[in-house]
Design a protein around this ligand. Structure first.
Ligand code: PPE
Length: 307
């Protein structure tokens, strides 16, 4: 269950959590044509708090809406302020933030027409996405029977609500089969991404991730590539196959919710030593140090606020 907060920002106003409701004929509820974001705020050294890469997330929200042809009735700066207002109204020093742009009620039929475009921003406390133990020990993964969408089937660069039907199918199958997460291949058969995470592998100290074809342009993915290069590692964006993953020295998932989650097993093959490898651990440590304000070189990634 989501841990309830006090207020939700809804179409320009902070409303009580229980009153942030919609009509059953809300267009997006029927056809999935909406876009969303997942953002984290961390409590920082020195008692302040910061939203991690807030501007980049809100820009991606605007891009996602643009791809779907939705015009958000709020500007970038207004939406950035709305996220901060949501956190402060709920006195949240840390948490997960979920902005959602959706097509409201009005006309029915697949054409959204002139139905209102609405924006809600909720925030709640959310610990480790795949469990605290997963961050340390790593998770067990299964290659999904579901492929990630072809680039002309769904718009994979958009963080679109409807895209997540594919994620839900893959994730529920993986969990029902006793795994922690699903790895999806693209329609050509190359490794794509997980239900809510990008993937990285490490081989002979070289870090590799999938290029931005069928995958979401993860902001954590981008942060990791920047950080890793700064730490002196070679990072490649290249297609790879599931058997290249099987023989990797290390592998991990990245995402706002999942942060950096090591992968210890794929399709019953142990990855590396079967626990978080040294490069994964180093990147995890550096990621949390940056997100909590411990590395001044990355101050530009943090949008500070105080409660
Ligand atoms: N791929 C997918 C499909 C995806 O959903 C996410 C985020 C990523 C990659 C990583 O993107 P980024 O967060 O910018 O590094 N998934 C969000 C939703 C998870 C959920 O279960 O809900 C998230 O991590 O917030």
């Amino acid at each position: 269950m989501v841990q309830k907060a006090e207020k939700i920002w809804f179409d320009g106003k902070l409303v009580p959590w229980d009153e942030a409701n919609v009509h059953v004929l809300t267009h997006t509820l029927h056809y999935g044509c909406g876009v969303f974001e997942g953002i984290r705020a961390y409590e920082c050294v020195g008692g302040r708090s910061a939203v991690f890469r807030l501007r980049e997330h809100m820009k991606r929200l605007m891009d996602s809406a643009h791809i779907l042809g939705l015009t958000i009735p709020f500007g970038l700066e207004e939406m950035i302020q709305a996220v901060v207002d949501t956190l402060t109204a709920n006195k949240m020093k840390a948490g997960y933030i979920r902005p959602l742009v959706f097509v409201g009620a009005g006309a029915m039929g697949v054409n959204p027409g002139s139905n209102p475009i609405r924006l809600a921003i909720a925030a709640w406390p959310w610990g480790a996405y795949l469990g605290e133990e997963a961050l340390q020990k790593g998770i067990r993964v299964k290659t999904s029977s579901f492929c990630r969408m072809h680039v002309n089937t769904m718009m994979t660069k958009a963080k679109a609500c409807g895209n997540y039907v594919n994620s839900v199918l893959a994730k529920t199958e993986a969990v029902a089969d006793g795994y922690d997460e699903a790895l999806m291949l693209d329609t050509q058969g190359f490794v794509s991404e997980a239900s809510g995470e990008n993937i990285f592998i490490v081989k002979n100290d070289v870090i590799k991730t999938t290029p931005l074809t069928s995958v979401l342009a993860g902001i954590t993915r981008d942060s990791i590539m920047t950080m890793a290069r700064e730490l002196g590692y070679e990072v490649q964006e290249q297609l790879f196959t599931r058997d290249e993953l099987y023989v990797a020295d290390e592998a991990f998932f990245s995402g706002t919710a999942a942060e950096i989650t090591p992968i210890r097993e794929v399709d019953h093959r142990t990855i590396g030593e079967g626990h978080a490898g040294p490069i994964t651990q180093l990147l995890q440590k550096e990621f949390f140090r940056i997100a909590t304000g411990g590395n001044p070189d990355y101050a530009a990634w943090l949008h500070e606020y105080s409660i």
